[in-house]
Structures are given as structure tokens and as C-alpha cells.
Design a protein around this ligand. Sequence first.
Ligand SMILES: Nc1nc2c(ncn2[C@@H]2O[C@H](COP(=O)(O)OP(=O)(O)O)[C@@H](O)[C@H]2O)c(=O)[nH]1
Ligand SMILES: [Mg+2]
Length: 313
Amino acid sequence: MDSKTIDLIRSNDHLTLSRVISEIESNSDISNEFFNEIYSLSHNSIRIGVTGPPGAGKSTLTNQIIKYFLTDNKSVGIIAIDPTSPFTGGALLGDRVRMNQYLFNDNVFIRSMGSRGDLGGLTKKAQEVGDVLAASGKDIIIYETVGVGQGELDVSKAVDVTIVVLVPESGDEVQLMKAGLIEIADIFVINKSDRDGSGRLAQNLASILHSFSKKEDLVPEVYSTSANKGDGVEKFYSGLNELLKLMQNKNMLNEKKLLRHKNRILQLVQERLLSNFWSKKKVDQLKLAINNINSIKVSHYEVMRKLFEDKNV
Ligand SMILES: Nc1nc2c(ncn2[C@@H]2O[C@H](COP(=O)(O)OP(=O)(O)O)[C@@H](O)[C@H]2O)c(=O)[nH]1
Ligand SMILES: [Mg+2]
């Protein structure tokens, strides 16, 4: 990518952002230099993850907080990740309406990413898209994604703050713990609080969070909202800002950034090693080893040793 493109990114040219993001998505070879150039610009944004089950109201809530951020003179980039949709980069009708609403607003950039049939590398790509948006000067980057802990898609590792959106029917605390939500959440939102059971879930959740948190931890707050009507959103939004301030004061935001940086390096090294290792010949050798049941006579350790030993494959 040429230096003109980088200048256009820096000057927040949304058409260029779209084009570059498409290139990242389509896996075309983007030079390391490109990321070197933009990386120095990508630290300042706050990255927020909004996750939870489908239909919980994540998009509706995100839409609401965009307005609050804009009122506070903050620019926002939104990356909606729908791993299940191979179509149109995962843009649902509602999301498209939302995008069109901000089509000519330089302070809001919304992008959908689908998996295009390949879950692998989605987190990496989403992080790189985040870098590009950050380099364009967006103050806030919001990742909206379904569910948690699906390996490649663990959004909590890609952000500074994770918001978990639930609904009153989301189940009891045991289920939530099993789903791993309690570990990753920095804030809980019980949306659709206009429905029965919201207060009970909020209370149970708050009490379990208190009893399970370690003394030095920040205990996640639980907010109740009706995002479609806007009820409770302002309170949630100020809670979010308070948490960010607290994290800033405790140096937690920097720690998260450093950890993320380290993990991204580890990930790249792992990728490089694997792709160097698995030459065509080695892939064939592996295929041969698992070709028929008789090959099981050779242990997995032995196959592995041979793969490493034979320098010619
Ligand atoms: N009753 C009720 N419906 C809501 C609320 N928030 C969102 N919805 C509706 O729930 C549906 C799913 O919302 P959406 O934001 O697309 O959910 P997402 O899949 O988590 O992004 C939409 O029809 C919304 O209008 C709420 O607080 N109460
Ligand atoms: Mg959505």
C-alpha cells in the first residue's frame, strides 16, 4: 500500500478506509510495512467489545451509545462481526439501516465482517481493521459480536472493555458461568428489561459477581436497559465511562494494550512457524501416515519425530 493511502487513512477518508478494510478481509497480501506505518497511530483508541446472544439487543444498544459518544465529541468506529453469515460481510437488514443513517457522518464509520466460510483468522483481521480505524483517528472502536469463547472469535482478548448483553431469559447464574461469560465481562447489561425476570437476573448476577471476585478485582457492574426505548442507557453509558476512567487511573488500560500486543506477536510467530513447517511434502507425509489403519502401528510421536527430522520434506 502506498504512502498516499496511508495519508488518506490518517485524514479519515472513509472511502479509503472501506477499500483498505476490504483488502484486509480478502486476505490479499498486505505488506508488513503498512502495519508498521499505521501501528504508531493505533494506540489511542479505546476498544470496546459488545457481546451476547443473538437478538439480545447488542445492535440497538450500540446504536444508542453511538449517539452519546457523538454528543461527547467522540468519533466512533463500529465493527459488527457475524461469523455465521457468509453474505454481504454479515450485514443484517437492521445493521444496514444503521449504517445508512451515518453514511455522510465523518465521525461514525460502521463496517460488517462475516467469516466468508472461514472462522480462522477472524479475530486477527478484526484487530487489523481496528488498527486502521484507530489510525483514522476514531476515539472509540466498538466490536459487536455474537457469543463468546469460540476460540478464534474471543473478542474479549481484542478489546479494553467487554460488555456482555443478556436478556431476562438468558438463564440462571450457573448457565452463565458455564458459558464463560462471568470471566470475560467487565460490565453486564440486562437488556429488554421491559420483560419479566429482569430484576431477578440482575440481582442474582450482582450477588454472584461479588462473591466470586477477588479482592483486587474490579467487580463488574450490572445495568438494566430497554435499549429500543432508550431506558437505562444513559446510566449505563456513564457507568461505562466511569469504568474507563478507573481503568485508566489504575494503569489497567495500558496493561491490556501491552498484553494484546504480546498476544498478537505470539500469534504471528505461531502462524509463521506453522506455515514454514507445513510444506507440501510434509502435508503429503502426514496424509500418508494417516492414510490407512495399518499406519497406526507407528505411534504419533514417531510420526512427529520423522516430520521434524527429515530435512528434505
Ligand atoms: N422488548 C424489547 N425489544 C428490544 C429491546 N432492545 C432491542 N429490542 C428488539 O430486539 C430485536 C433484536 O435487537 P438487535 O439489536 O438486532 O439484537 P442483536 O442481535 O443482539 O444485535 C430487535 O427487534 C429490537 O428492536 C428492548 O429493550 N426491549
Ligand atoms: Mg446485531
